[in-house]
Design a protein around this ligand. Structure first.
Ligand code: MHQ
Length: 264
């Protein structure tokens, strides 16, 4: 009877404050994701701040512009893959990601890693002169001219501009990118229910920190950005198909294996 009493007391306390237990877990989840985000961010904020006005010279821009299409694609694929590698590291540190099957982890990375790179890119973006930190200096859209996909580049820069306008904190970016990655709507998932459970926890986490920051209205805007991300990534895939039809050998023998594994 004593044991029963203790049990029912526990139960009553739970019923009195149903979120007490889960809130502590959510706090821990948020803290862990923020830590993972920090540890896997490619550059440090102070580092980039110091380089903010280091832009490419006219000669350097001309050098990028006079590269051939396939040379520039290969070059950018390598830079992009570097950034993706940090995102893979980030994913591996998210508590809910590790528990998923290998196949589901790969399926989520295939669709989500590029999206996370684009969200992170807004951190390396200078809105005052519309440049992004690329290859050691800040580059405008003209640097990417020889890729021959100016529509994609313009959309990616627009997206970065829009993200910057939201002025997200480091915590908000960490939770948002985790949620971009762990999305139960992605194709080819084996255990969709499990991904859904992790996604729900992350949604609770994001809602929780937005509420704490007094910015509940951001949630809706962030979901809107997710839709834009999806269209940017299908445009990227479309360009890649176009490119690999013209330069199959470049993709086959010169693109980084990870890039081919995720996007090819
Ligand atoms: C990183 C630095 C960086 C490097 C490369 C041609 C191709 C493979 C992809 C930047 C599609 C074009 C990329 C170069 C375009 C979407 C790619 C080309 C952060 C990310 C960033 C700025 C990449 C962003 C996406 C770019 C512009 O630290």
């Amino acid at each position: 009877p004593d044991l029963m009493g203790i049990r029912s007391f526990d139960h009553m306390e739970d019923a009195f404050n149903p979120y007490r237990h889960s809130l502590r877990n959510i706090d821990e989840l948020c803290a862990s994701i923020v830590r993972s985000h920090r540890e896997t961010s490619q550059y440090r904020v102070e580092e980039l701040q110091a380089l903010r006005w280091k832009v490419f010279s006219r000669e350097e821009i001309q050098a990028y512009q006079s590269k051939s299409v396939d040379e520039m694609w290969q070059y950018c694929a390598i830079r992009l893959t570097d950034a993706v590698q940090f995102v893979v590291e980030f994913a591996k540190h998210i508590p809910g990601f590790r528990v998923l099957s290998q196949n589901d982890q790969i399926a989520l990375l295939k669709t989500g890693s590029m999206e996370v790179v684009l969200v992170r890119m807004s951190h390396f973006f200078n809105t005052e002169n519309n440049t992004v930190f690329f290859d050691g200096k800040f580059a405008g859209t003209e640097v990417f001219k020889s890729l021959a996909c100016s529509d994609l580049i313009a959309s990616v820069f627009d997206f970065a501009h829009g993200m910057c306008a939201l002025k997200l904190t480091e915590h908000q970016i960490a939770l948002f990118t985790a949620l971009v990655l762990i999305n139960a709507d992605r194709p080819c998932l084996e255990d969709r229910a499990r991904v859904q459970r992790v996604q729900r926890d992350l949604e609770l986490g994001l809602t929780h920190i937005l509420h704490r920051d007094n910015q509940d209205s951001l949630l809706h805007k962030l979901y809107q950005r997710m839709a834009v991300l999806r269209s940017l990534c299908s445009l990227h895939m479309e360009k890649l198909r176009w490119f690999s039809q013209r330069y199959p050998l470049t993709v086959h023998s010169l693109f980084p294996p990870l890039y081919k594994e995720l996007f090819g």
